[in-house]
Design a protein around this ligand. Structure first.
Ligand SMILES: Nc1ncnc2c1ncn2[C@@H]1O[C@H](COP(=O)(O)OP(=O)(O)OP(=O)(O)O)[C@@H](O)[C@H]1O
Ligand SMILES: [Mg+2]
Length: 600
């Protein structure tokens, strides 16, 4: 089973990825600068506090200067309050910038996703793209707050503390720093194991999510085929592995933090042992020793954090890399024609020796040629998988022919700007897609050219007004995700009304193969007639009634046009069409006669 997160090992710092992601901070550079200044202030304040303690002990407590001690205490308190304020400002600013940058990144990603060619989505599982836009974007925040800010802040803190330690007592400072190699010796091997454990957790989580998603969306099949037991067992297995990965990670963290604490304690012991001796020899003041103990404590936290930040950065870089790949995904080339150079919309279509394959698979279309004159109606028929929907996709510009041309009003469809092509060619897909919005919204789709009256007129002309008025809120009724509160036939009618309202000169209709009850069937037949009126039409036909309306029939078989003509001509040939007719349409004959009121 393939996870939705494939995570190759990544360098903790990739200059290219970092640079691209940090570009998102540029609009907020003033606030970033302000946050950095606050960081500097925080480091200085933190490094200064133990020094105050030293002064308090050595200059005031030891000498019995109570008044001076009050002054120092007040100063210390003031510093604490200042530290609180600065820390608040720094945290808020950092989070603010991180959130804004993530917001911008998500916006850019969505924008790019919407404009990518349809072919891109043939190669990408939807779940993976959703992960990109949601969780991978968090990395920008992580890179910023845990990467840039944290590393800087920890680094500043270490430098500031080291400076103060050396200022107070050089020998003790060197002794404290002696344990640093020990910290590194512990961190490095553990850090790698912690990282691997984290990666395994993410992998297992992706598996868990993918399985859950598939089983929930396929619940009907699960229940229908009594798969509950098997699903539960399989899920239990994945769940167990996820838990094992979590526990492994917990194990390393549980080991890491106490070990670092231990080293910190060792440093304290060294300071007390050596410093105590120095005090007895009179070479060190008592206040300096206390200050050092505080410095040691403050010194080990950033060191410990840095090891963890390293892992975070590594994961962030991997996510960042994926995001950038998506942001750099090439858009379809924009044709450089302006409106004046486009031909008048007439509704003439020519397929000129069109060859096409999806990826590197075998040819799906092999030299398909046919033409539709203004106002003419053409039916594409053929066995399943013969390439009919592919022809429709090529005319709509979703894919480009590998060889040959598709012309609309004499101009290659590749030369049309996207928006213009959509205005000229109306498409109804085999499986209708409705948005979880009101019926009326699904008809006008926020197009400025379609007003409320036209929506109502389109619904009425299609014959959808009957069921729409019966909905609880009429045309303002929400249709649910993918339009699931409507029946298949009703959804089709809404999709028809959508095309009718936008009134394109060319109609491409990929008839649904699923059959509906005979009352709806009559409505849909009528609606299709209405749609095709005064419009050049290419219909991928599954209904006899539709076949009867067209001027010519083109039979597609294994990606080539094998027969063409009228219904009668093709029947007389007794070829592919005649066989197809026997299989697909003959049983509709009786029913359609009854519907039309003809004697059977
Ligand atoms: N997005 C795609 N990526 C790769 N191959 C595809 C894709 N869409 C379709 N195909 C392949 O192209 C061939 C033609 O598919 P197409 O959808 O055009 O058939 P069709 O004639 O519309 O069939 P049906 O009557 O079942 O709708 C099929 O073999 C199919 O497997
Ligand atoms: Mg099809």
């Amino acid at each position: 089973m393939s996870g939705t997160i494939d995570e190759p090992l990544h360098a903790p710092y990739d200059a290219r990825v970092a640079r691209r992601l940090l570009m998102f901070l540029i609009p907020y550079r003033r606030r970033v600068a302000a946050a950095l200044v606050l960081l500097l202030a925080l480091a200085a304040i933190a490094a200064f506090q133990p020094y105050l303690v030293k002064v308090a002990i050595d200059s005031h407590i030891a000498t019995g200067d109570l008044a001076g001690l009050y002054g120092i205490a007040l100063l210390y308190l003031g510093l604490l309050v200042l530290e609180l304020g600065v820390a608040y400002g720094e945290t808020y600013l950092t989070a603010w910038v991180g959130q804004r940058a993530m917001h911008d990144l998500r916006e850019q990603l969505f924008e790019r996703l919407q404009r990518l060619p349809v072919a891109f989505f043939d190669r990408q599982p939807i779940g993976r793209l959703v992960t990109r836009v949601t969780s991978d974007v968090e990395v920008l925040n992580e890179l910023f707050s845990s990467g840039v800010v944290a590393v800087l802040s920890d680094g500043l803190m270490l430098v500031a503390i080291a400076i103060m330690m050396f200022a107070v007592n050089t020998e003790l400072a060197i002794i404290t720093l002696l344990v640093v190699p020990l910290v590194l010796a512990i961190s490095f091997p553990l850090r790698r194991r912690m990282r691997d454990a984290q990666r395994e957790i993410r992998r297992q989580l992706a598996r868990l999510n993918a399985y859950l998603q598939e089983r929930v969306s396929g619940l009907v099949v699960v229940q229908l085929f009594r798969q509950e037991r098997a699903s539960a067992d399989e899920f239990a297995g994945i769940n167990r592995e996820h838990q094992a990965a979590q526990l492994e990670s917990v194990h390393y963290y549980a080991l890491f933090y106490p070990l670092i604490e231990l080293v910190g304690a060792l440093a304290v012991a060294l300071i007390v042992w050596y410093g105590g001796g120095e005090i007895l020899r009179g070479a060190l003041t008592f206040g300096a020793l206390v200050a050092f103990l505080q410095y040691a404590q403050k010194f080990f936290r950033p060191i410990r954090d840095l090891a963890e930040k390293y892992n975070l950065l590594q994961a962030a870089m991997a996510s960042g890399e994926r995001l950038i790949t998506l942001l750099d995904e090439p858009l379809p080339p924009t044709p450089i024609r302006d409106g004046r150079q486009l031909p008048q919309p007439r509704g003439e279509i020519v397929f000129d020796d069109v060859w096409f394959r999806y990826v590197s698979d075998p040819w799906v279309l092999r030299g398909v040629s046919f033409g539709v004159r203004r106002g003419e109606k053409l039916a594409l028929v053929g066995p399943t998988g013969s390439g009919k929907t592919t022809c429709a996709s090529l005319l709509c510009g979703f894919y480009e022919p590998t060889k040959g041309r598709v012309l609309l009003d004499g101009l290659d469809v590749r030369e049309y700007p996207r928006a213009e092509l959509s205005r000229r060619v109306g498409l109804v897909l085999q499986d209708v897609f409705l948005f979880s919005r009101p019926v009326a919204d699904n008809v006008h789709l926020d197009s400025a050219s379609v007003d409320e009256r036209e929506v109502a007129a389109a619904l009425a002309a299609i014959g959808a007004d009957g069921f729409v008025t019966e909905l609880p809120d009429g045309a303002n009724t929400e249709v649910g995700e993918r339009g699931r509160s409507l029946s298949t036939g009703q959804k089709q009618l809404v999709a028809f009304a959508r095309v009718l309202a936008h009134d394109p000169p060319v109609l491409v209709l990929d008839e649904a193969t699923s059959s509906v009850d005979s009352a709806s069937e009559a409505l849909i037949e009528q609606a299709i007639g209405q749609l095709m009126t005064d419009r050049s039409s290419i219909v991928i036909a599954h209904r006899l009634s539709t076949i009867r309306r067209v001027d010519q029939i083109v039979v597609v078989h294994k990606g080539t046009v094998c027969e063409r003509g009228t219904h009668q001509q093709l029947l007389a040939r007794e070829g592919v069409y005649a066989r197809l007719y026997e299989l697909q349409f003959a049983d509709q004959e009786g029913r359609s006669r009854r519907l039309a009121g003809e004697p059977t």
